[in-house]
Design a protein around this ligand. Structure first.
Ligand SMILES: O=C(O)CCC(=O)C(=O)O
Length: 262
């Protein structure tokens, strides 16, 4: 991985990690979890899927094809339902790292499971998480933990270097379940020149600023899944922008009305 810091040593060189993150809008930590920790996490995910997912409300579990369990693509809010994931999110190494990169106390907001099932796992549209979060100030980050080998074939994450230094780009509705908003003018020569692909191995951790544009391709592999965990932390300084939230709800309602859905 480029721009990579040793995931076992980042706390010995916090300034280096912070500088890279502040400059590029992302950071890659190789081997943040050991092989044994990855195995434990994978088993906990499998247990969660078999024991908890059947009881979760429909809006917290997304499938590429509804009614086909092997097409599971996303689960929202894992730590709300399971002590293993609660411990991973709070009082953990992940939280400490978030405090370093956000430079102060943080609030753990969400933990998600992401999968791209073989062949049918769709692309993640280019987006900025800050567009969804609606924070003022927009001080938040997302961590993305690889649970298996991820590369260009099964849809690795791609970041646009330095995009966090510019204002939010225009977003519009996509047809992608779980990622309803995408940058509408993505693909400028500058975007393409600055885009960096991040293949990852199990236990590697990617972290991005809420303003960093990122995307991932579809899973083209006929056999491989693409499993990861996402952690979202807000700085305690960030407040949800209620006015922006209300405006978004209004826009969404107008759109649904225009389509005859409400
Ligand atoms: O897993 C992916 O494809 C993308 C995840 C993502 O966009 C995010 O965590 O913000």
């Amino acid at each position: 991985m480029t721009n990579t810091v040793d995931g076992q040593l980042w706390h010995d060189q916090p300034q280096h990690a912070l500088e890279a993150y502040t400059r590029d809008g992302y950071l890659a930590l190789s081997g943040f979890l050991t092989a044994a920790e990855v195995e434990e996490t994978r088993q906990s995910v499998a247990r969660f899927i078999s024991e908890r997912v059947p009881q979760l409300p429909r809006e917290q579990v997304f499938y590429e094809t509804l009614g086909q369990p092997d097409t599971l693509k996303q689960i929202i809010g894992l730590f709300n339902h399971d002590t293993y994931f609660h411990r991973l999110m709070f009082g953990s190494r992940f939280e400490k790292l978030a405090e370093l990169l956000l430079q102060g106390p943080v609030v753990g907001k969400n933990m998600q499971y992401f999968n791209k099932p073989p062949t049918i796992g769709k692309a993640t549209p280019p987006h900025q998480d800050g567009y969804y979060f609606m924070l003022d100030p927009c001080e938040a980050l997302t961590m993305w933990l690889a649970l298996e080998d991820v590369d260009e074939e099964n849809g690795c994450v791609r970041y646009v270097r330095g995009s966090h230094l510019l204002p939010l780009r225009p977003h519009g509705r996509t047809q992608t379940l779980g990622f309803s908003q995408g940058v509408t003018d993505y693909g400028t020569p500058q975007d393409l020149a600055d885009e960096v692909a991040f293949p990852a191995q199990p236990g590697d951790l990617l972290i991005h600023n809420a303003l960093t544009i990122h995307r991932a391709d579809a899973n083209r592999s006929p056999t491989r899944t693409r499993q990861a965990l996402g952690f979202i932390y807000y700085s305690e300084r960030a407040k949800v922008d209620e006015a922006a939230h209300a405006a978004y709800q209004k826009r969404l309602a107008a759109e649904m009305k225009a389509k005859g859905k409400i």
